[in-house]
Design a protein around this ligand. Structure first.
Ligand code: UDP
Ligand code: LCN
Length: 811
């Protein structure tokens, strides 16, 4: 079925037939190629000489077509269009450049056009491998509105309501599910006495009346005996009021289910006590690791997440009236050559928690244990063995299976998928950042990228993990379905092709109710406003003074700030290309006005490229030095090496706020952006990239500012304008600072996060039981894909050569 735009295409092209014929001839005249929307517009501009005529066409219906076009595959005589009307909603059409005839085409046909550009033989091979996960989703309901994307939990409750309504089979599954609730042999909620709906319903009526006769705060123990005689076990609540409420809720669900009751009831069931979190690539630690290559927000996120989940678990267990000790294990890689970090310790308790710890398991091959850090792009050959070792160790540590498994990033997610399907445990995955959208045409050009990034492996692993997951946690809406103009990270996995490897006709569905947004926060005991004078970590101030203003270069900082009266613009990130720290340095270098208004302070990387083991970091370090030289920045820039202490960093953000400065996050693309949240929590006005997560965090001009990383001049002028305005109106700075804080408190806290994720863990646990058969069928397909594709690709990545003796042989 075509969309309005596709349906209108023949008429639109006919109306401007003369010009369109010339434009299409120009497109096809350049031969086979992939053209982005901007590129198409530029070529049209070159073709239509008459200015008036040109703007009439570009601003009219042709403009509308171009605005929804993401890209076009030119394979003369055709130009095939991929159009996106709304987040998650795509259409494809081909136009014959010779006669301007238009045909609707399927995603598969469109992908074939793309493949023709790269590998004609493969594109024409009828038996080329096609991947279609959608084929297994026959009975899974889908959302239909773009605005509902990411709200899966809400809809799952509605779907469950429909399933339970008048369906005795589903109601039976509910009883079975409740009968299975237990922990280390202790039964919860109900026992075999109540093994039919009828018996349960009758018992609930009697029990509710009985419990109501006690004052609300009567402890459960006071009436436990009687309830047990009727078939009820612990878990209903710690006092009469909670028990009665929950019993009433279940009675109502059994009588006539409604989504609100279902969501609350399942959210409160005692099902989750033991959680395993996978974050595989190192360095994962609690100190001295941040800012090292590949070691950024994910580590911070997980440590804060663990703390929040433990607090929430303890509070729920108490309210359930149980005496269970929860356990959260973060499983990561053990790195024998730990470079002064604790990443060579097998077990490390997590600070500020009581029941949570890090468990480290080494990467092994038949040659022994891998000793050194390796890039996250190179870890694939080790993951299968790692999963097996982890699985055994977890069961041993927990004395049984966990209740919920959470994966993080590609490697953690594929390991989590393997372990969860082996143990039969509810699985959630968290991407943090899917690499596919970070690098333009990374799928089409996978062969070019593979030697360095192994994207064939990574995208395969991502597909497996997102399809195995019972639910997917994302930090923002854009992560799933992007924005008006930019496809989301998950959305880019819906239909894509890697010519020569496989064509994905249905990788994931952005409308799948497994998607849920639960945004992280920042630890507010560390990142608090600069105005909270009594809490300020004054002990760091001398060190920060030295860090920012001392005149001499040393191992920790180079460059200096000649005029310390100027406010500071500050940025901190790993020195990856996408973080675009070099971009910011260049904008600053070029913008005289900005240079006259503020100093620049950068935290990131090392100064000596040979100290880095990371390919991208080395290149960025060299570029930083070159820019400082080219723009003669000494005296206005301070470049500080990667910082590892979160407490000191928080005080650094606040010290920048003291100068009435700002934080700038200039990334070419940022999945979420924890530094943005940290800066805003400290009351530091923030300028952040409009490409990715920050576009959702910041309301431009109210809680901070959005900048376009692809338009440096515009961005640096926007920053300069802000400081100029603040000069005339110092209140303006405070208004933006306050606006940032308000936004954080309303939307980005860990408490909100933990509540949501645990509710999801329970609800999707039930949902997977209700859809057991379909899930099993899909799993067989996933297993085959893993075995026939992933394993082979992972093997091709290779392991470090023997001469370097990177392995310690094991017995
Ligand atoms: N960070 C740090 N020192 C550095 C660079 C970064 O402590 O030298 C911290 C930063 O405060 C934040 C995290 O690392 O907590 C980076 O997270 P973000 O989401 O901004 O980016 P990521 O590195 O995960 O892509
Ligand atoms: C990875 C990223 O690239 C960041 O954008 C996120 O903030 C971080 O993980 C935590 O999710």
């Amino acid at each position: 079925m075509g969309s309005q735009i596709v349906d209108s295409m023949p008429d639109v092209l006919r109306q401007s037939r003369f010009h369109m014929k010339r434009c299409f001839a120009r497109f096809t005249g350049m031969g086979r190629r992939l053209m982005k929307s901007q590129h198409l517009k530029e070529e049209i501009e070159k073709t239509i000489e008459d200015k008036l005529e040109r703007s009439k066409i570009l601003e009219g219906s042709v403009g509308d077509i171009l605005n929804s076009t993401q890209e076009a595959a030119v394979v003369p005589p055709y130009v095939a269009f991929a159009m996106r009307h709304n987040p998650g909603v795509w259409d494809y059409a081909k136009v014959n450049a010779e006669n301007l005839s238009v045909d609707n085409i399927t995603a598969k046909e469109y992908l074939k056009f793309k493949e023709m550009i790269i590998d004609e033989n493969w594109a024409k091979d009828d038996n080329a491998l096609e991947v279609d996960f959608g084929a297994f989703n026959v009975s899974t309901p889908r959302l239909s509105l773009s605005s509902s994307i990411g709200n899966g939990m809400n809809y799952i409750s509605k779907f469950m309501t429909t399933k339970f309504s008048g369906n005795s089979e589903s109601a039976k599954t509910l009883i079975e599910y409740m009968l299975a609730l237990s922990h280390h042999g202790e039964k919860f909620m109900i026992n075999e006495t109540l093994n039919t709906i009828k018996k349960l319903q009758e018992a609930l009526i009697i029990a509710e009346v009985f419990v109501s006769s006690f004052p609300k705060d009567t402890p459960y123990q006071n009436f436990e005996q009687k309830l047990k005689e009727w078939g009820f076990e612990k878990g209903w609540g710690d006092n009469a009021e909670r028990v009665r409420e929950k019993m009433r809720m279940l009675s109502e669900i059994l009588q006539a289910p409604d989504p609100t009751n279902i969501e609350v009831f399942f959210g409160q069931l005692p099902v989750i006590f033991n959680i395993v979190i996978f974050s595989v690539h190192g360095y994962f630690g609690q100190s001295d690791v941040l800012g090292l290559p590949d070691t950024g927000g994910q580590v911070v996120y997980i440590l804060d997440q663990v703390k929040a989940l433990e607090e929430e678990l303890l509070s729920r267990i108490k309210k359930q009236g149980l005496n269970v000790k929860p356990q959260i294990i973060v499983v990561t890689r053990l790195i024998p050559d730990a470079q002064g970090t604790k990443c060579n310790q097998e077990i490390e308790p997590i600070i500020n928690t009581t029941h949570s710890y890090i468990l480290r398991i080494p990467f092994r091959t038949e040659m022994g244990v891998l000793r050194q850090w390796i890039s996250r792009f190179d870890v694939y050959p080790y993951l299968e063995r790692f999963s097996q070792d982890a699985s055994a160790k977890i069961v041993e540590q927990m004395e049984g299976k966990p209740d919920l498994i959470l994966g993080n990033y590609t490697d953690g997610n594929i390991v989590a998928s393997l372990v969860a399907s082996k143990l039969g445990v509810t699985l959630a995955t968290i991407a943090h950042a899917l690499e596919k959208t970070k690098y333009e045409d990374s799928d089409m050009k996978w062969k070019e990228f593979d030697p360095k990034y192994h994207f064939s492996c990574q995208f395969t692993a991502d597909l497996i993990a997102m399809n195995t997951a019972d639910f997917i946690v994302t930090s923002t809406y854009q992560e799933i379905a992007g924005s008006k103009n930019r496809p989301g990270q998950y959305e880019s996995h819906v239909e894509f092709t890697m010519p020569g490897l496989y064509r994905v006709v249905s990788g994931i569905n952005a409308f799948d109710p497994k998607f849920n947004i639960a945004s992280p926060g920042a630890d507010q005991s560390i990142y608090f406003p600069f105005t909270e004078k009594h809490n300020r970590l004054t002990k760091f101030q001398p060190a920060i003074e030295e860090l920012l203003y001392s005149k001499e270069d040393n191992d920790e900082h180079i460059g200096f700030l000649a005029d310390r009266k100027k406010p500071i613009i500050f940025s901190m990130a790993r020195l990856d290309i996408v973080k675009n720290i070099t971009g910011l340095t260049e904008w600053y270098g070029k913008n005289k006005k900005l240079r006259s208004l503020v100093n620049l302070v950068i935290v990131g990387g090392f100064f000596n490229p040979s100290k880095s083991k990371d390919r991208e970091e080395m290149a960025e370090i060299k570029k930083m030095h070159a820019l400082i030289e080219k723009y003669q920045l000494k005296g206005q820039i301070r470049w500080i090496a990667a910082q590892t202490d979160r407490y000191r960093n928080s005080e650094l953000y606040r010290s920048i706020a003291d100068t009435k400065g700002a934080f700038v996050q200039p990334a070419l693309y940022e999945a979420f952006g924890l530094t943005v949240i940290e800066a805003m929590n400290c009351g530091l006005p923030t300028f952040a990239t409009n490409q990715g997560g920050p576009a959702e965090i910041i309301v431009d001009g109210v809680s901070g500012f959005l900048i376009d990383p692809n338009n440096g001049d515009e961005s640096s002028n926007k920053i300069a304008y802000f400081f100029e305005k603040c000069k005339g109106d110092p209140e303006y700075w405070h208004r933006i600072s306050q606006g940032g804080l308000k936004r954080i408190y309303e939307c980005y806290t860990w408490k909100i996060y933990a509540t949501k994720v645990l509710n999801m863990g329970s609800a999707y646990g039930v949902w997977r039981q209700l859809n057991k058969e379909q899930k099993q069928a899909k799993q067989r397909y996933i297993d085959m894909f893993y075995n026939l594709q992933f394993r082979k690709l992972a093997k091709n990545v290779g392991t470090p050569s023997e001469e370097k003796q990177p392995f310690t042989p094991t017995e």
